[in-house]
Design a protein. Structure first.
Lengths: 1184, 123
């Protein structure tokens, strides 16, 4: 080591620094040829050292470095000797992809006479840039807020002044706007701006300018100005914008660093130029850099280090690294790195440390460290670089977090929308949602029920066109077209309309216009409350009340009349019933006998006035005389009354003249009866009303005028969890342990209602102890009671908590979703596309086995369309072809017992798609709403799978059969042959003949097996053709030779006519031979001895035609069809049937067809001969 | 050289006998085996000039036995003629995959059998 020259040591030192640095670094000579480059440069740009060194930088990597900005940058550095910092180049490299680089260039002179080299450091900020771009999309962060941005007009008058300017100069916007920019300048400098402005007004683009300015408090501030012209639309310069960056800190730091470096005495020993070399590398780096000695004390730091960690070089250099910045560098990760890892490896790359610095907050830092030989050569030092990846990490974390939040939101949105949907279907009120063109998007079940329309004629329709345009209601048009565009919601808009299908209806329309989460569209939710019945009941009650009033009046008149008669008579008068109890008494009676009404009416007459009326004479009259005589006059009775003394009375029992009374009584009776009828009607009406009340899901309560509960609907008890005994008769405010004492309710009942007889949709929010916070819409009606004087208040309570919550939830979700720029459509599409992606047909049935929905694949597989499917009974689908007994069994018998059923196999012959084998998987699902159940039916079509299996089983069977039959035949034929050939000794004639019979039969059997297999193969489509060129003339002659023996044996005459121009064809040789041999052997077989047979072959347009004919038995016309069926043989007296297999002709036909030819048989009739004609194309294509 | 040695493998005793007779008449020394395991043992011991083997054997497929023989250095060169009743195209590949092998379908032609077998000696 001692022998090394200082320059070698520096060389090594430089190389070390270069390889430690994470930043790509390249050193160029003055001709811009590469002297050396850092490892990371090669890594990032995928270049090799040997193909880089000595090259002009622009030629690197197939000239991909020929970037105009780089040319400009290097040109400037070469010419001006200046340094260039953070020149951003955004280039798409063919090899390394898009890269955003911050270029720092320095020209460094090694010796005064030398040409010097250029250091080009590249800070690869691609990922940061991309992250920033992403971040920019996620949240518009005002990055330039730290810089002062000032706009001036051409006269130098300040026109705008931002927060940054305020911070930098101390003036507020109000202080400076309208004043000259020279305010900020030193008096002598005022011309400086003019020069700049002149350049600016020439439209020169932004330029950087370093100068000094005066702050409001008189202090001087060093600033870096970026001045760019402000142009109007037509391109004329109308001012300048000035971005001022406070550079005092960075320039100061440079000075300090310089000082700090000078402190290092060891370095001073060496020539200055040599020292400059590595130091300038350090300072060229925009990456924070730090060198440590072996005791972990800081030797030097660069500008960006002090900038990033906001420390003063003076307090860093010479300090123990852990003590920097008030010990904030005492990071466990760093200790581990320096003390454990570095002592084992001399170099560490990309060690990630996350730490919360007290001064600058949390940072994630990538540390690269390397032990190097310090220039002096004696001590080990450690070079560390720090890459601040906090922002990148934060962005990554942010993106991850956002993604997770989105997931949660998506889930919530799904849940909410599911919930909303189930509510829509639960609500008895018809509900319809429209898009912005007023076309129906969705409709609740009850809408269909109430308005007697069907989904297929509703969804997608213009609302006014529904039900044959019967919805074209002027008031509805007004609401939807005029009111709603102005108000986003509208409640209880009353519409009366005469529908053709369901008659006159009074409806309350509640409309809400909802901005869809996805953004552009809006939908209108329209709830239709049919209040026809309510109105009718109200009207009915009113009518009854009026009638009752009239009746009551009549009755009052009648009784008044009677009473007035009684009271007009001056004589004391008393009316008794048959039990002698007092019915009525005249005023004068009370006066005379000094009794009062309450101790008189209803009493036994004898008991009156303390039994003083128990007079024997009176008893006699009433009990003895009167029953015999209907009247009695002037019956004299003397009696000593305790109260009034002795009286002699003349009693007249006036029963006689009751005509008038009877009439009155009859009138009363009539009235009473009428009243009864009325009462009955009223009862009926009220019963009806009550049942309506109880049917309505809305809680309903009626109060008397003292606000005490008179009656309550069932749903009220259910909803508010109270029971009748603690409710009826109670003050409404006291209900449920006073939890109903709601200020808004008090206001409604005590202030508003006394003034207005009805009040609708009074929104009340209250936190009930039993059921939690509720938002209710109160509708109140004050009703005059039928009975007359009293008032009663009917209070309908609509719980809109959920609705509100859903609205709020939806709104919240919408906002969140919007903020993250993910449309709700995506999530919905996701679910939908999932269903539609499933290849299995899927169908949903309601409990009546009607189709609710079906998947796309269902329509595709079963060739039906949605319109003829929806709402239909499953059995009726596709013209009742779904009425499958096994499906009925599954749906009606099995499913009610078991909620799920898998792999239920059903085979059915569909008229439009043929026989299908299906596996049904069924699930019965209880709907959230409660009572209803739906059935999910997945249908897997296994027809093809099954067919394949069947084919496979069949072909395996054939292969096995073939094998099993051939094995014994091998013995039969083999041994017969051996015997027949007399291999093991001679046989006698009979033995030989018999053995030959065995052999013949065996061979016949073999032929049969082969033909059966061939037939099966052809039918299974497994027979393939081995095509070759066939010399047909030779082939035909050859085959005719084969049968020559048989022909001569039967003494037949054979005529073979082969056309001279018969062409060769391309076909399967063995099969063509088989066809011809089969046909020839047939004609031989079926022709009697001495007959004629023949074969004729000629050329046709497309190939050849061969006819094989005979004069034999022929074929009866009725058997023409059967000859191709197989195993059919024409009965013949000339030929033994055992000779043929009956498969020759059918197999030949199949083989001809396999070649793409045709085979026909002609016969004039029985015993008139047969001719078989077939064609073969010139070139056979395999036809199936 | 003395007699050519042949090992015949077939689980059907009648077929085994037939093939043995035909070969003995033609002057071969014949060893018989009814299953693949016995066959392999005999072949390793006798190192025949040719092997005649059925494909469907009770313990393994003839082609499998052939692969075992091919792996053994002493038996790897011996020609194998598969005589099988499985004549459908499906089983052909497994036979073709065995080097130095041939195929004769059942039922055999007793008049040409020995001649067909002899063709394989030349290989």
């Amino acid at each position: 080591m001692f022998f090394k020259t200082s320059s070698t040591i520096y060389q090594e030192c430089t190389e070390n620094i270069i390889s430690t640095i994470h930043e790509p670094l390249i050193i160029l000579d003055r001709n811009l040829k590469v002297l050396s480059a850092s490892r990371s440069f090669y890594d990032i740009f995928k270049l090799k050292a040997e193909e880089t060194r000595g090259q002009i930088i622009f030629d690197l990597g197939n000239k991909q470095w020929d970037i105009p900005e780089l040319r400009e940058l290097l040109g400037n550095v070469l010419l001006s000797e200046a340094a260039c910092d953070n020149c951003e180049i955004d280039n798409d490299f063919p090899d390394a992809g898009r890269r955003v680089l911050h270029m720092n260039a320095r020209k460094i002179k090694m010796k005064p006479e030398s040409d010097g080299v250029i250091f080009l450091a590249m800070n690869d900020i691609t990922s940061k840039k991309i992250s920033e771009e992403k971040l920019g999309k996620l949240a518009a962060a005002d990055k330039s807020a730290g810089d002062a941005i000032i706009v001036i007009n051409p006269d130098g008058i300040i026109e705008s002044w931002n927060r940054g300017a305020e911070t930098a100069y101390g003036y507020t916007a109000a202080d400076v706007i309208g004043r000259s920019i020279s305010l900020l300048m030193f008096p002598g400098y005022s011309n400086e701006y003019k020069e700049l402005l002149v350049r600016g007004s020439d439209g020169e683009p932004s330029q950087m300018y370093e100068t000094q300015r005066i702050k409001k408090n008189g202090e001087t501030v060093s600033v870096l100005l970026i001045i760019s012209p402000v142009k109007n639309k037509s391109g004329i310069v109308i001012g300048d914008s000035i971005v001022a960056r406070d550079i005092i800190d960075s320039s100061e730091m440079e000075i300090r660093l310089e000082k700090a470096l000078e402190k290092l005495e060891i370095i001073k020993i060496y020539e200055k130029e040599a020292r400059e070399f590595p130091e300038s590398i350090i300072n060229t780096m925009s990456e924070p850099l730090l060198t440590l000695d072996k005791d972990l004390r800081v030797l030097s730091v660069n500008r960006s280090y002090t900038g990033l960690f906001m420390v003063d070089p003076d307090e860093v250099i010479g300090n123990f690294i852990y003590d920097i910045g008030d010990k904030q560098w005492n990071i466990p990760g760093l200790r581990e790195l320096l003390e454990t890892i570095l002592s084992q490896n001399s170099c560490i790359i990309n060690y990630e440390v996350e730490f919360d610095f007290p001064a600058i907050g949390r940072r994630v830092i990538l540390i690269n460290a390397r032990e190097i030989l310090r220039a002096s050569g004696k001590e080990q030092t450690i070079l560390m670089t720090f890459e601040n990846i906090t922002a990148r990490k934060d962005i990554e974390t942010g993106i991850e977090k956002t993604r997770k939040e989105l997931e949660v939101i998506k889930k919530t949105a799904d849940e909410v929308s599911e919930f909303a949907e189930s509510i829509i279907n639960t609500v008895r009120e018809p509900l319809i949602s429209l898009d912005q063109d007023l076309r129906v998007v969705t409709v609740s079940r009850s809408f269909y029920e109430v308005f007697k329309v069907r989904p297929e004629e509703t969804v997608g329709q213009l609302i006014f066109d529904l039900g044959n345009k019967q919805w074209d209601i002027p008031q509805l048009r007004e609401l939807l077209e005029t009111i709603l565009p102005q108000q986003s919601s509208f409640e209880n808009y009353e519409v009366e309309h005469d529908f053709t299908t369901i008659g006159r209806r009074i409806m309350l329309l509640n409309a809400r216009q909802i901005q869809r989460a996805s953004g552009k569209e809006r939908i209108i939710l329209l709830a239709i409350e049919d209040i026809t019945n309510r109105r009718e009941v109200e009207n009915g009650l009113e009518k009854t009340r009026k009638e009752l009033e009239i009746i009551k009046k009549t009755a009052d008149e009648v009784s008044e009349f009677t009473e007035s008669i009684i009271n007009t008579v001056r004589e004391p008068l008393i009316a008794l019933d048959q039990d002698l109890r007092v019915v009525t008494v005249s005023r004068s009676f009370y006066e005379v006998f000094k009794v009062n009404p309450e101790e008189t009416v209803g009493q036994l007459i004898y008991d009156l006035g303390n039994k003083q009326w128990d007079i024997p004479g009176l008893r006699e009259l009433l009990e003895t005389i009167l029953p015999q005589q209907s009247s009695f006059e002037n019956y004299e009775v003397a009696h000593d009354f305790t109260t009034i003394g002795r009286r002699i009375m003349l009693l007249n029992a006036a029963i006689e003249d009751i005509t008038e009374r009877k009439e009155i009584e009859a009138g009363l009776e009539k009235t009473r009866k009428e009243l009864e009828v009325i009462k009955k009607t009223a009862d009926e009406v009220s019963e009806y009303a009550e049942s309506v009340i109880n049917t309505v899901r809305e809680p309903l309560i009626s109060l008397d005028q003292n606000l005490r509960v008179v009656s309550v609907s069932r749903s009220f008890y259910e909803f508010f969890k109270v029971n009748p005994e603690e409710t009826i008769g109670q003050l409404i405010y006291d209900l449920g342990n006073k939890q109903w004492d709601i200020p808004q309710l008090r206001e409604l009942l005590e202030t508003i209602l006394p003034k207005k007889a009805s009040f609708d949709n009074y929104e009340v929010e209250h936190d009930f102890t039993t059921i939690g916070r509720r938002i209710m819409l109160l509708n109140a009606r004050q009703i005059q009671r039928a009975s007359g004087k009293e008032k009663i208040i009917l209070l309908a309570i609509e719980d809109i908590t959920e609705r509100k919550e859903i609205e709020i939830g939806l709104e919240k979700t919408r906002k969140e979703l919007e903020a993250t720029k993910i449309s709700e459509d995506e999530s919905r599409e996701y679910a939908e596309s999932m269903i539609d992606t499933v290849r299995e047909p899927l169908i949903v049935l309601d409990q009546d086995l009607r189709v609710v929905t079906a998947s796309r694949s269902f329509y595709e597989v079963f060739k039906v369309n949605p319109a003829e499917t929806m709402e239909q009974l499953i059995y009726d689908l596709g013209n009742k072809q779904w009425d499958i007994p096994k499906l009925r069994e599954l749906l009606e018998t099995i499913l009610p017992l078991k909620a799920t059923f898998d792999n239920y196999e059903v085979e059915h012959d569909f008229t439009n798609i043929g026989t299908r084998i299906m596996l049904l998987n069924a699930r019965q699902i209880q709907r959230v709403s409660g009572k209803e159940r739906i059935i999910l039916l997945a249908i897997e079509d296994i027809t093809e799978r099954r067919e394949k299996r069947t084919a496979k089983v069949k072909s395996e069977f054939l292969a096995n059969m073939s094998h099993e039959l051939r094995t014994p035949l091998n013995s039969i034929n083999g041994f017969s042959e051996v015997l027949f050939d007399e291999t093991f000794g001679p046989l006698n004639e009979k033995q030989k003949k018999y053995v030959n019979n065995v052999l013949t039969s065996g061979k016949h059997l073999l032929l049969l097996i082969n033909q059966i297999l061939d037939m099966a193969k052809v039918e299974a489509g497994k027979m393939t053709l081995a095509l070759s060129n066939l010399p047909m003339k030779n082939l035909l002659n050859e085959i005719s030779m084969l049968v020559a023996d048989m022909v001569s044996k039967k003494k037949l005459h054979m005529l073979v006519e082969i056309a001279d121009d018969l062409p060769d064809i391309e076909a399967d040789e063995l099969k063509v031979k088989e066809i011809i041999y089969n046909l020839l052997s047939n004609v031989v077989k079926f022709t009697p001895e001495g007959g004629k047979i023949g074969m004729c072959a000629k050329k046709t347009d497309s190939g050849i035609e061969i006819t094989v004919w005979d004069t034999g038995v022929g074929i009866a016309s009725e058997n023409m069809e059967k000859i191709f069926e197989g195993f059919f043989r024409v009965d013949t007296p000339y030929s033994r049937v055992t000779e043929g297999t009956g498969l020759g002709l059918p197999l030949s036909k199949k083989l001809v067809e396999l070649h793409g030819g045709m085979l026909t048989v002609e016969s004039a009739g029985l015993n008139l001969g047969t001719s078989v004609r077939f064609t073969l194309p010139a070139v056979s294509m395999e036809a199936h | 050289m003395g007699k050519k040695v042949v090992v015949v493998v077939d689980d059907n005793l009648n077929n085994l006998l037939l093939e043995k007779d035909l070969l003995e008449v033609a002057g071969f020394e014949v060893f018989e085996a009814e299953n693949a395991a016995d066959a392999i043992a005999i072949i390793k011991k006798e190192i025949p000039d040719i092997i005649i083997m059925d494909v469907r054997l009770p313990d393994m497929r003839g082609t499998e036995a052939a692969r075992i023989l091919r792996r053994n250095q002493e038996t790897s060169h011996i020609p194998i003629v598969f005589v099988t009743a499985s004549v459908m195209a499906e089983g052909k590949e497994e036979i073709e995959a065995i080097p130095n092998s041939g195929f004769i379908g059942k039922p055999i032609d007793t008049r040409t059998f020995v001649k067909d077998i002899s063709l394989f000696f030349k290989v």
